[in-house]
Design a protein around this ligand. Structure first.
Ligand SMILES: NC(=O)c1ccc[n+]([C@@H]2O[C@H](COP(=O)([O-])OP(=O)(O)OC[C@H]3O[C@@H](n4cnc5c(N)ncnc54)[C@H](OP(=O)(O)O)[C@@H]3O)[C@@H](O)[C@H]2O)c1
Length: 249
């Protein structure tokens, strides 16, 4: 699973699943662009950790919903690390935890369009270079909720269903250019994003999971590594749940 000589961009890599993914890819030899929006100190800690372990990484600030910021981030990575071989679309928009009829259109739009904009802009900035070089690997971080809805998650499920559709469409369009596109769908994962959840609820999900626990960010990162490695060189258009067997699909 060596990624020696490869350059990766992981969006939303200052915390949670993105941070674990950036560290794991760097640990396997990739030079990594650690994207963050606001958490500069957290992003610096991720980069420092990678560098002190002998890896290569830089921090790159950009709100992935803003095209000009994304364009300058991709240019910075190109100039400092080289052209991007691996794009991990991990940054998502905040989830409005509400019943549909309690949600404003603004909340729905921020989630659905914000999430998809954060995929659209990095994709459009990175894909041309991949096409030019005839190779590349793209991972979209979705969610088990894209296929199995949960109460008060309608906007999230809508956004992540959009992610799934976009990834499958790109696997079709980009396959002839040697570019693989896959979707990773985490189940409930212990991160800042789920810190609102009462422990009892977290434990109940773990108990209802065949492998007996909820996910850690490293569980998701491991699947991203496997999919971007040459070992998965003939896998494209796949949707891989990381749910300890809770989601079987
Ligand atoms: N945790 C779960 O249970 C779970 C389950 C299924 C799917 N997922 C998906 O996994 C992904 C990561 O979730 P997480 O739980 O790891 O989240 P998290 O711990 O809250 O971390 C979110 C990361 O995304 C970054 N980010 C947010 N908005 C951004 C923007 N507009 N531009 C650039 N970066 C941005 C944050 O950067 P700053 O710190 O700089 O703001 C942070 O690094 C999301 O797509 C989420 O939907 C999570």
């Amino acid at each position: 699973m060596s990624l020696e000589g490869k350059v990766a961009l992981v969006t939303g890599a200052s915390r949670g699943i993105g941070a674990a993914t950036a560290k794991l890819l760097a640990g396997h030899g990739a030079a990594v662009g650690v994207n963050y929006a606001r958490s500069e100190q957290a992003a610096k800690a991720v980069v420092d950790g990678i560098v002190s372990a002998g890896g290569k990484a830089i921090m790159v600030q950009a709100d992935v919903r803003a095209r000009d910021m994304v364009a300058s981030m991709v240019k910075t990575i190109g100039d400092r690390l080289g052209p991007i071989d691996i794009l991990v679309l991990n940054a998502g928009a905040k989830v409005p935890l509400k019943f549909f009829m309690d949600m404003s259109y603004g909340e729905f739009e921020n989630k659905v369009m914000g999430e998809l904009a954060g995929f659209f802009h990095p994709l459009q900035e990175v894909i041309p270079g991949m096409i030019q070089r005839g190779k590349g690997c793209i991972i979209g971080i979705s969610s088990g909720l894209s296929r199995y809805p949960g109460l008060k998650f309608s906007a999230h499920t809508t956004a992540k269903s959009g992610v799934d559709g976009l990834m499958k469409s790109l696997a079709l369009e980009l396959g002839p250019h040697g570019i693989r596109v896959n979707t990773v769908a985490p189940g409930l994962t212990i991160t800042d994003a789920t810190s609102w959840m009462p422990k009892e609820q977290m434990d109940a999900v773990g108990k209802a999971t065949p492998l007996g626990r909820v996910a850690l960010p490293e569980d998701v990162a491991g699947v991203v590594l496997a999919l971007v490695s040459e070992a998965a060189g003939f896998v494209s258009g796949a949707y891989v749940p990381v749910s300890g067997g809770q989601q079987m699909t």
